[in-house]
Design a protein around this ligand. Structure first.
Ligand code: SAM
Length: 281
């Protein structure tokens, strides 16, 4: 039995209907009202699970006024569930105003966890997960998007983005220009669906994969950028300066080898640092 006067935040599948949890189905069947981002879209999911609870729309354009109405209903003892079109509500989806209003009003808010594209992508990408930063969607305008990407130069956590199919190619090519090709990138596409794909490499390799087939650019994407390589503090400034100078004239491999010999350092560590020079200029 659901509790009265409680708002439930219910995660729904991101592509695979089988990812609906038992608890999510039960809560959606038992609450008085389901607030949904797009009622027509959610109807299909609800029909599939024989959930006949009345629906009410709550989206970006009506959330403020709807939140007040829903808070009143909750204060009158009704229980309500919030769902979005896919995944976890409030994660790049509506619901923040409603949840914060409920918290202010002392109304109980209960999460019913389940699918979330960012977490699904991250846990299978092979990038460090001890620290990560979720950025949602990048800005649409070129200057702002490039600035967001450039700001990741020194980021030491894995960064997770959502990106629209019409922008994914552009974003990756700007990422390549702003961060260089040494930075690890993983693109997760169509998670939980039949054609789920993970593409890993540098931005250049992932771009090449996108360009290899028009179909590759269609679908839903989570883009992840690995942490910036930490510049080892034990590498003296003089060695970095020499490496930089030599790399202007010689292939990086050679520049790294000469610097390594000169300073008794590891060739590979210098090579990795050299790869980041492009991103800094
Ligand atoms: N609330 C959702 C969640 O928990 O993941 C996210 C909603 S946001 C409006 C939609 C974006 O999430 C898509 O544009 C895409 O970037 C990402 N996304 C959602 N489903 C996905 C999937 N099956 N595979 C890859 N990315 C997905």
């Amino acid at each position: 039995m659901v509790d009265s006067a409680t708002l439930y935040i219910v995660a729904t599948p991101i592509g695979n209907l089988g990812d609906m949890t038992h608890r999510a189905i039960k809560v959606l069947q038992e609450v008085a009202i389901i607030a949904a981002e797009d009622t027509r879209h959610s109807q299909r999911l609800l029909q599939h699970y024989q959930i006949n609870t009345p629906l009410l729309s709550l989206h970006d354009h009506n959330e403020k006024q709807r939140a007040e109405r829903l808070v009143e209903k909750l204060q009158n003892g009704q229980s309500i569930a919030l769902i979005s079109d896919a995944g976890t509500p409030l994660i790049s989806d509506p619901g923040y105003t409603l949840v914060s209003r409920c918290r202010e009003a002392g109304i109980k808010v209960v999460p019913i966890p389940g699918p979330c594209a960012a977490v699904a992508a991250l846990c299978a990408a092979g990038l460090p997960t001890d620290r990560f930063r979720f950025e949602g969607f990048l800005p649409v305008k070129e200057m702002a998007r490039r600035a967001s990407l450039a700001s990741l130069q020194g980021e030491t956590a894995t960064v997770v983005f959502y990106e629209a199919p019409r922008r994914i190619r552009e974003t990756l090519s700007w990422l390549l220009e702003e961060l260089g090709e040494a930075r690890a990138v993983v693109l997760a596409k169509e998670l939980t669906k039949t054609f789920e794909t993970f593409v890993a490499g540098g931005a250049r390799e992932v771009l090449a994969w996108l360009d290899a087939d028009e179909v590759h650019q269609k679908g839903e994407f989570v883009l992840m950028v690995g942490p910036a390589p930490v510049t080892p503090t034990e590498i003296p400034q003089e060695a970095l300066l020499l490496l930089k100078r030599l790399a202007e004239e010689l292939p990086l491999k050679k520049a790294a080898a000469i610097t390594a010999e000169q300073f008794g350092l590891k060739k590979n560590a210098l090579y990795q640092i050299g790869l980041t020079f492009n991103a800094e200029t």
